[in-house]
Design a protein around this ligand. Sequence first.
Ligand SMILES: CCC(=O)SCCNC(=O)CCNC(=O)[C@H](O)C(C)(C)COP(=O)(O)OP(=O)(O)OC[C@H]1O[C@@H](n2cnc3c(N)ncnc32)[C@H](O)[C@@H]1OP(=O)(O)O
Ligand SMILES: O=CC(=O)O
Ligand SMILES: [Mg+2]
Length: 352
Amino acid sequence: MSQKTPRNFFKPLAIGAPDPMRELPIRLERMIHFVPPHLDKVRAKVPQMATQADVVLANLEDAIPADAKDAARDGAIEMGKMVDWQGKGTGFWSRVNPLNSPWFQEDVSRLVLEAGEQLDVIMLPKVEGPWDIHFADQYVAQLEAKAGLKRPILFHAILETAQGMALVEEIALASPRMQGISLGPADLAADRKMKTTRVGGGHPYYRVVDDPNEDGSKRESAQQDPWHYTIARMVDACRMAGINAFYGPFGDIADSEACEQQFRNAFLLGCSGTWSLHPSQIEIAKRVFSPAPDEVKFARRILEAMPDGTGVAMLDGKMQDDATWKQAKVISDLADLVSEKDPELAKAYAAD
Ligand SMILES: CCC(=O)SCCNC(=O)CCNC(=O)[C@H](O)C(C)(C)COP(=O)(O)OP(=O)(O)OC[C@H]1O[C@@H](n2cnc3c(N)ncnc32)[C@H](O)[C@@H]1OP(=O)(O)O
Ligand SMILES: O=CC(=O)O
Ligand SMILES: [Mg+2]
């Protein structure tokens, strides 16, 4: 047997560590906003970011130069103390360096020991298989016990290697700490040997061409989404495990239209949120990952038409039954969560 027994799965991994969570906390996580914590000027904006983003993340991994890793770690710990994260209802996460790097051990030990009470989630990059989660799980449990933490820290894996992709279901199920998984299109592209130099989004050469026209006129063609399979598979793995799927980075900061479309595709396929790399992407993510008022109103009409969630009804010529009731519930529940945080959208959802 290669799996723990059900009883042992939910036992703390170190004496004195907090009990693992049996259910994930219900939180609005439309965007995980990336902050480079070694930059004083950007770090100074963290209290403001905490009022705008659902989650603020101190990034210690890629995009932080090797000679700034120590400063980034110090900055991340300072970020933990800059805001009353739990009081504000904003998530505080950190992306640590990979397990095989010279920085992982100190990243995790300092974060848990010095900012463990504030830290909701550790994002683990380049996860290859469940063994990476098991190692980090045990290590964090020891640190939680040492720090006397009462609330367990959760894990979020980035799907950015071919092996991680092949084992995504096992990663999603590896520990009760697992909160979710994000797509890492930049590293995944490199690991898969995709011939691209982009961070997410489409590619002008990845297209489908119409059949030839009899008159020899120019054939229409359209770009396709190279991330469709990966996102859909990640969503299935996450939802099977009862955790959340997220898109990841969109690197063309200036192309807000393509960013919005990439985010929207991920939202429609089941993702809960995305990353924002630049303040302008926070607004895009907010727009996309909050359901549209028209959709919410229609969803609520479905719920009203079948109060106990069974039977059949017709709305505007469309058949509704138990399955569309369940879809409507997903949208309506998300709208309730958004409304708690966003009075403008709450008003729009309630308007006739
Ligand atoms: C690819 C795979 C991955 O791993 S993605 C994750 C790793 N990458 C990151 O975390 C990148 C995070 N973002 C950044 O570092 C910056 O946004 C980059 C992309 C470098 C662009 O910065 P910059 O050229 O300064 O942009 P800008 O002049 O348009 O900035 C306008 C004002 O906004 C600020 N800003 C910028 N980014 C952030 C951020 N992430 N959080 C908070 N503030 C940010 C800038 O400092 C600038 O402020 P000001 O107007 O000068 O006061
Ligand atoms: O870390 C993210 C990626 O796209 O790589
Ligand atoms: Mg990466």
